[in-house]
Design a protein around this ligand. Structure first.
Ligand SMILES: *Cc1c(COP(=O)(O)O)cnc(C)c1O
Length: 379
């Protein structure tokens, strides 16, 4: 089936008792067993829930994986993946990744004896140089937030395969509409469903999708053992979100490109970071690895003062953290999403006081541009 068809139908049959076309919210903690030793595949709701199972079936198909498991947040999904490892194991991670992942690795998981090396994964040579005998996982995020730097997934997979290392990709920024890491050779995909998958800024959740049944069974064991499951109501919300994923992403792509072009031509913008622009240093890789360029754009206004004048003037765009919703969100990485990143790292990555990040929504792009045009007048 095509991707848009899978968005709407994969994992979802009409409900058996009533024929309801929408998977109901099975708000129950347990299931009656007809006889001792017999059950209908559902025993206790941490272990199995039909609403969550439908979403998991849907996401497994959208990411072209074998199995999927849903969690209470993106962070709990990532945390569960790292419970595949044991003390002494080594991980290579991207130096510019989601701040919450860095916090989990450096302040929580290191205490349990996992070792992390942070490298610029856009350099395949840097990834290869970081491999040790104890390396078990290569953890990637592409494009990065907020600098929009890409990592070549197949090239990293080739290095990892040669050393028996699992490749885990955080695909939150792209959604499976734009990028499917398992098709590119990755072993595991993780998501914050909070962002594009749900798409409506009304739920926090996470997912792990595995390329093999063997890995899927290990994640299923951990999901039940650790227990950070997605609730039936949130599962239902995300399932409703993914129905329109293809349609939303087409609009995100179109609005992202229109906005990036507008910003590039604006005299008050010093630089625009967007992989869809021909002058992005990895535009060719983006065309090869992604199906469209999305709607995440960063741009440089030259100073914190300019950024503040601009951000305090937007009206239609909301000044807020998070991304991937139907509404346009605009933020200041230095003081908001990336405040916890050490200042030297921020400087090296290019997260300057004048940098602004926009997650372009699916409003009429002319209205968004008019809002920004008005905000630029403040500078
Ligand atoms: C938001 C986000 C997360 C964390 O997800 P939560 O749902 O907030 O726990 C992880 N990775 C990326 C890339 C994110 O944007």
């Amino acid at each position: 089936m095509g991707f848009a068809t899978d968005c709407i139908h994969a994992g979802q049959e009409p409900e058996a008792v009533t024929g309801a076309v929408t998977v109901p919210i099975f708000q129950t903690s347990t299931y009656v067993q007809p006889r001792l030793g017999e059950h209908k595949g559902f025993e206790y709701a941490r272990t199995q829930n039909p609403t969550r199972a439908a979403l998991e079936g849907n996401l497994a198909v959208l990411e072209r994986g074998r199995q999927a498991y849903c969690f209470a947040s993106g962070m709990s999904a990532i945390d569960t993946v790292f419970r595949l490892l044991k003390s002494g194991d080594h991980v290579i991670a991207a130096e510019n990744m989601y701040g919450g992942s860095y916090r989990l690795f450096s302040r929580v998981l290191e205490k349990f004896g996992l070792q992390f090396t942070y490298v610029d994964t856009s350099s395949t040579a840097a990834v290869a140089a970081a491999v040790r005998p104890a390396t078990r996982v290569l953890f990637l995020e592409t494009p990065t937030n907020p600098m929009m730097t890409l990592t070549d997934i197949p090239a990293c997979v080739a290095i990892a395969r040669a050393h028996g290392i699992l490749v885990v990709v955080d695909n939150t920024f792209c959604s499976p509409y734009l990028q499917r890491p398992i098709e590119l050779g990755a072993d595991i995909v993780v998501h914050s469903t909070t962002k594009f998958l749900n798409g409506h800024s009304d739920s926090v959740g996470g997912a792990v999708i595995t390329a093999t049944d063997e890995l899927g069974e290990q994640i299923q064991f951990l999901q039940n053992a650790v227990g950070a499951i997605l609730s039936p109501f949130d599962s239902w919300l995300v399932l409703r979100g993914t129905k329109t994923l293809a349609l939303r992403m087409q609009c995100h792509n179109a609005n992202g490109m229109a906005m990036a072009t507008y910003l590039t031509n604006h005299p008050k913008v010093k630089k625009v970071y967007y992989p869809g622009l021909p002058d992005h240093p990895q535009h060719a890789l983006a065309k090869k690895q992604m199906n469209g360029f999305g709607s995440m754009i960063s741009f440089e206004l030259g100073s914190k003062e300019n950024a503040a004048l601009f951000l305090n003037r937007v009206r239609l765009c909301s000044l807020a953290e998070s991304l991937g919703g139907v509404e346009t969100l605009i933020s200041h990485p230095e003081t908001m999403t990336h405040a916890s990143v050490p200042i030297e790292t921020r400087k090296r990555l290019g997260i300057t006081p004048g940098l602004v990040r926009i997650s372009v929504g699916i409003e009429d792009v002319e209205d968004l541009i008019a809002d920004l045009e008005n905000a630029f007048d403040a500078i």
